[in-house]
Design a protein around this ligand. Structure first.
Ligand SMILES: *Cc1c(COP(=O)(O)O)cnc(C)c1O
Length: 424
């Protein structure tokens, strides 16, 4: 039975099936209370990049907890936070050098929006508009909702969201012949907007829009976008909450695309999926606009658990693991592709795409595509019957795998997908 006092996220309790009780997790496998084993094909909402319960991260948290579990981060600092900052700045493109902590992806985006907005305010040349992308998802707090696409999830709140302009996102897939044309159109539309208005920043999910349906764009598009952002002196915010830490086959989407944003948001994979922690990292140029004798120019934002030492310790251990297993996240794309080619002519799938640890396809359906398309629920149920945790976004079937996945496990997943497609 579902619990009389619990309220689950993104769930219509009345029509949803009972939540599955999880007993434990190990590597890519979850063990349910009824002893069933389920292969976690989505890294549990995209966070467990090394799989579940990695002993190295568990040990790091335990050790840190015995020394310093939490301390106020205003007026105080600590080594785990300093180490995270130093190590990430080394990994990120040159300009990104100031690290601000928060707790989750949505707040990392809120902080980025505030930084960008106040950057212009502090210099006495206020800019009030943001440019975002159709299909975007940046989180569920109000600012994050505002720069995300209007959707059934935001419908009840649309009147409260500040005005944002949206540009087309030139999503592409295998065999797409129109992408260059659509990129050019998107860039032209964006340039027209930038030329007219004074935008504080452009905000987007680089290379992959996640929750919007695993929509992948080409690096060329981001490079062109950077060029016009610079031309019109607008800040570029990369929401890498999902794409960070190996997801796209490189350390970050910005490094894979060879683009340098002014601000980057990181969270999901940061602690290897152990603890909630997030970062907003900006360029020295932005930091300088806040650095002043004027108290009013400070960034007045913070959270009770800012830079929680346990989260930092988990993140440091996760960074160690990532460094040691770099070949694994770099090699996953080719392993996906090897198996995806067999689906190219499948009558029930279209728009196959793949980037790093992410593989996705649209399942052909006669019903309206979108999040509420029932085929997603059907696939989820059939997958579970085969011991696979899949959670399609409407008719978009995707995999977002932990980097420790073995070839045998990959084969299990793709065989399962074949069988599921045959039953639809
Ligand atoms: C998940 C996600 C967020 C929100 O992160 P939360 O930790 O769920 O608040 C923001 N941006 C992107 C790109 C995401 O995938």
């Amino acid at each position: 039975m579902s619990h009389p006092h619990l309220w689950h996220p993104f769930t219509q309790a009345k029509t949803a099936s009972e939540p599955l009780r999880v007993k434990s997790g190990q590597g890519v496998w979850l063990t349910l209370a009824d002893s069933r084993q389920v292969l976690d094909c989505i890294s549990s909402w995209w966070v467990n990049i090394h799989g579940h319960a990695h002993p190295r991260i568990a040990a790091a948290i335990y050790q840190q907890a015995q020394v310093l579990e939490q301390v106020i981060f205003a007026g105080f600092t600590h080594e785990p936070a300093e180490q995270i900052a130093t190590r990430l700045v080394q990994r990120l493109p040159g300009e990104l050098s100031r690290v601000f902590f928060s707790d989750n992806g949505s707040t990392a985006v809120e902080v980025a929006l505030k930084m960008a907005y106040q950057y212009w305010h502090n210099q006495g040349e206020p800019r009030s508009r943001f440019l975002a992308f159709e299909g975007a998802y940046h989180g569920d707090t109000f600012g994050a909702m505002a720069v995300g696409a209007r959707s059934p999830f935001t419908a009840a709140f649309n009147d409260l969201l500040f005005q944002v302009d949206f540009a087309p996102f030139p999503a592409t897939y295998w065999g797409d012949e129109t992408v260059a044309q659509r990129e050019a159109e998107a860039i032209a539309a964006i340039e027209q907007k930038l030329a007219q208005g004074s935008y504080a920043a452009i905000v987007l999910e680089p290379l992959v829009q996640g929750a919007g349906g695993m929509r992948i764009c080409r690096p060329q598009f981001l490079q062109q976008l950077q060029a016009i952002a610079q031309k019109y002196d607008t800040l570029l915010i990369f929401d890498e909450v999902m794409t960070g830490f190996g997801r796209t086959g490189d350390w970050f989407a910005c490094t894979r695309a060879a683009v340098e944003p002014d601000i980057i948001c990181l969270s999901k994979g940061l602690t290897g999926g152990f603890l909630p922690l997030a970062l907003t990292i900006c360029s020295e140029k932005i930091y300088a606009a806040f650095y002043s004798d004027d108290a009013q120019k400070a960034l007045y934002h913070g959270h009770s658990f800012t830079a929680n030492p346990l989260g930092c310790a988990a993140a440091l251990a996760s960074l160690d693991l990532l460094t040691e297993t770099e070949a694994a996240f770099r090699g996953l794309e080719a392993r996906h592709c090897q198996r995806l080619v067999h689906l190219v002519d499948h009558p029930k799938v279209e728009h196959i795409r793949c980037l790093g640890a992410i593989a996705a396809m649209n399942v052909v359906t006669s019903a309206q595509p979108g999040y509420f398309n029932q085929i997603g629920l059907k696939i989820r149920q059939q997958a579970l019957d085969k011991g696979l945790l899949l959670r399609p976004l409407g008719n978009v079937l995707y995999l977002m795998l932990p980097y420790c996945i073995t070839d045998a496990e990959l084969d299990l997943i793709y065989t399962g997908i074949d069988e599921i497609l045959a039953m639809l």
